[in-house]
Design a protein around this ligand. Structure first.
Ligand code: ADP
Ligand code: ADP
Ligand code: MG
Length: 455
């Protein structure tokens, strides 16, 4: 097994990976920026090295620094976590060229699936349903023509997009040109790539995704689905598994498509296939995340499978120790992504010092976080500070446990989304379970009106 792994990330996911390594007897090397001298991942790792200034481009995204630190500290592998360099095939290739193992899929398959337009094209060849659209990167003129053919509304999307960024909805042809330009500018700014593709807008879809684990010997298993329809501006806020509002029949189709897709492209790590499901249970592949995801912990709860440890073992070259029938559904789980943002102020990020913090506990309650009392949240990085995950035998038990846990959770000094999550946990639409991706937007209108009324 690997002796020492460098974790090329920060925050809760770096802590999560360090914990997995500790359980496996693997030493860890943390890297941190000048803004992260107090960070938990720095404190928990066996060794830690400062690799640059606060902006990600000068530290966590600095490929030369990351790889040389791994080499000089005697690591044999690098785990990229999510975000940052995790879906960058050039980085993965360089890691391998330097004689280290990249803990993720092989760079070729990452490249193939990382470009969303190309991934959609591959999936069509594999016989997996996709959303009607351009199926490839297009110019403004080509895009406008395709949009008119498939009918409005359409989405303009960045081929290399992620994290809900670089997506524009176009309701009528007159708006197409300027929104294309806006999407392209965003794509260049965030993803350093100007490729744009077009997709039909699916009305009120559910976002259902399938977690997979594949080894380097062609073995593929799925770990059921997650419902990630609770989204604001195309970003997930709460995830649950299993999904209780789609049929068994559809679930089987989603698992089959996910497995078929992985086999078709030769996928060889853990990953997620994201689908949209419409009211009539038509389903469409939208993208694959070729990395560990934020919400992997929900699936760990319902299966009792440690996805991060398996990811490391697969990268080392071990065979998957599971057949599909070994993966059992043990109950229900949900996760709230608590962010340091102010919901009453258009979710403005709210960095600052945590003056007091108390976290919930008890059976089936898991906290994945990297903050603590006295810690100052940096304005430079993602505002997610804590994931609260609960597991129960039924969905109702989960809802009760999540409500009780949110009641216990106290974070003082910065504004967070804890209260907003608490309100959502009491909303009838959420309790009934049949919500779609339009729910949060509608609900926030009510929430905003209330905030304005009492001010
Ligand atoms: P998940 O399904 O894991 O939640 P997200 O797309 O929400 O995936 O992204 C996970 C994290 O990585 C978030 O913090 C997000 O901001 C960040 N992220 C994802 N893709 C990119 C990208 N291409 N560039 C920069 N950050 C990204
Ligand atoms: P990212 O790479 O940023 O995660 P995705 O392509 O996965 O982008 O889309 C993010 C979210 O945007 C989806 O979960 C869904 O809520 C919404 N979305 C994406 N494509 C469509 C579509 N064709 N129709 C309706 N909603 C969509
Ligand atoms: Mg996505």
């Amino acid at each position: 097994m690997f002796k020492k792994i460098l974790i090329a990330n920060r925050g809760e996911i770096a802590v999560r990976i360090i914990r997995a390594c500790k359980e496996m007897g693997i030493q860890t090397v943390a890297i941190y920026s000048k803004a992260d001298t107090e960070a938990l991942h720095k404190q928990l790792a066996t060794e830690a090295y400062c690799i640059g200034n606060a902006p990600s481009s000068e530290s966590y995204l600095n490929i030369d620094q990351v790889i040389s630190t791994a080499l000089l500290s005697g690591c044999d592998a690098i785990h990229p976590g999510f975000g940052f360099l995790s879906e960058n095939p050039a980085f993965a290739r360089m890691v391998e060229k330097c004689g280290l193992t990249f803990i993720g899929p092989n760079p070729d398959v990452m490249e193939k699936m990382g470009n969303k337009a190309e991934a959609i094209n591959s999936m069509r060849k594999a016989g997996v349903p996709t959303v009607p659209g351009s199926y490839k990167a297009v110019t403004k003129e080509e895009g406008r023509k395709i949009a008119s053919e498939i009918g409005f509304p359409v989405l303009i999307k960045a081929s290399m997009g992620g994290g809900g960024k670089g997506i524009k909805r176009v309701n009528r042809i007159d708006d197409f040109d300027y929104l294309y330009d806006e999407a392209r500018e965003e794509a260049i700014k965030f993803f350093a790539n100007d490729e744009i593709y077009i997709e039909k807008f699916i009305e009120n879809p559910k976002h259902i995704e399938v977690q997979v684990m594949c080894d380097k010997f062609g073995n593929v298993v799925h770990l059921f689905e997650r419902n990630c329809s609770m989204q604001r501006r195309n970003q997930k806020m709460l995830e649950e598994a299993p999904c209780q509002s789609i049929s068994k029949d559809l679930k089987e189709k989603l698992y089959d498509s996910a497995i078929k897709a992985c086999k078709f492209v030769g996928y060889d790590s853990v990953g997620t296939l994201e689908f949209l499901v419409d009211k009539n249970e038509n389903y469409y592949f939208i993208e694959m995340n070729t990395r560990i995801q934020v919400e992997h912990s929900v699936t760990e709860a319902i299966t009792n499978v440690d996805i991060v440890k398996n990811m490391i073992k697969i990268a080392y070259g071990l065979k998957l120790p599971y057949k599909q029938e070994d993966i059992k559904l043990l109950g229900c789980a949900m996760e709230c992504r608590i962010t340091a943002e102010d919901p009453a102020n258009d979710f403005r990020p709210n960095p600052g010092k945590i003056t007091f913090m108390h976290v919930p506990g008890g059976m089936g309650v898991r906290i994945d976080s990297s903050v603590y009392t006295g810690y100052s949240i940096s304005p430079y990085y993602d505002s997610m500070i804590l994931k609260l995950i609960v597991f129960g035998q039924s969905r109702l038990e989960c809802i009760r446990k999540m409500r009780a846990s949110l009641e216990e959770l106290i974070i003082e000094g910065v504004t967070t989304t804890t209260e907003l999550h608490y309100v959502i946990l009491h909303h009838p639409t959420f309790i009934l379970g049949n919500y779609d991706t339009s729910f949060v937007q509608e609900f926030l209108k009510e929430f905003d009106e209330n905030v304005k009324r009492v001010r």
